[in-house]
Design a protein around this ligand. Structure first.
Ligand SMILES: [Zn+2]
Length: 251
């Protein structure tokens, strides 16, 4: 049941007949882990908090730097030097005090994941390095937790939802070589501010869809969006039978 304040706060979502109270209740009951509170994780955390996700676990070991403020909108000038998970938690709480926020102010290791994932319904991968992305993928498969993942650099990005336990590929089906370090990073290649805003918002959108049952989550597809030209492609992404992480699910 929602009180009067909540009915007002979420009224624009409750007005949608295909979302309604049932969708809002599912968001309120949900627990989401967001890994990385940078350019992608900032809008993802703010939108999921604003939309009424019941509990957010925010994980980042990094401190806010001046060069982050151009795009990492959960952090303000006064946060420079502070841990990003703490800073983002403060921003989410300022937006919606009813969201339960748990701060994990460290870089997650693979060994941290099983106990964490046992407590969440969905993981948002907004991290910026391959080792944690592959570790998250494996741990999400083991825990049967859906993984919403995006990456963005320069003027373009990509987005997908990985949930191989319920069908479709995993992250490693897309990147078979888990020793790869060829990813372009924003610190090396640059990125325009709104680009991470778009993909961080898309992360939140896919998370809302998976959690509430609204629409069709991007499982089994990879969205490629070039914001420089507005070219948009949606590729079908089949699971790889010999995938070392999820192949056992497709045998
Ligand atoms: Zn796979």
């Amino acid at each position: 049941m929602f009180n009067d304040g909540q009915l007002q706060r979420y009224s624009r979502q409750l007005l949608m007949s295909d979302f309604d109270i049932a969708g809002q209740e599912k968001l309120q009951a949900a627990r989401v882990l967001i890994v990385g509170l940078g350019g992608l994780g900032s809008p993802a955390a703010l939108y999921l908090g604003a939309a009424g996700v019941g509990c957010l676990l925010l994980a980042d070991g990094d401190a806010v730097e001046l060069s982050n403020l151009q795009r990492q909108i959960a952090h303000a000038e006064s946060d420079v030097g502070s841990n990003k998970a703490h800073s983002a938690a403060h921003s989410v709480k300022a937006l919606n005090h009813e969201v339960q926020v748990e701060v994990l102010d460290k870089y997650l290791q693979a060994s941290d994941l099983p106990s964490l994932l046992a407590r969440v319904d969905l993981v948002v991968d907004a991290s910026d390095n391959y080792p944690i992305r592959f570790a998250l993928n494996r741990a999400c498969i083991d825990a049967a937790v859906p993984l919403v993942s995006a990456a963005a650099v320069r003027g373009e990005g990509q987005l997908s939802v990985f949930d191989p336990v319920r069908g479709g590929p995993c992250y490693r089906c897309l990147y078979p070589d888990d020793s790869s370090d060829t990813a372009l990073s924003c610190s090396q290649s640059g990125v325009l501010a709104p680009v991470v805003g778009v993909f961080g918002s898309l992360l939140a959108m896919e998370a809302v869809k998976v959690l509430s049952g609204y629409g069709e989550p991007l499982c089994g597809s990879l969205l490629l969006l070039d914001l420089k030209t507005m070219d948009c492609r949606k590729l079908t992404l089949p699971p790889r039978e010999n995938c070392p992480d999820c192949g056992h699910l497709h045998a």
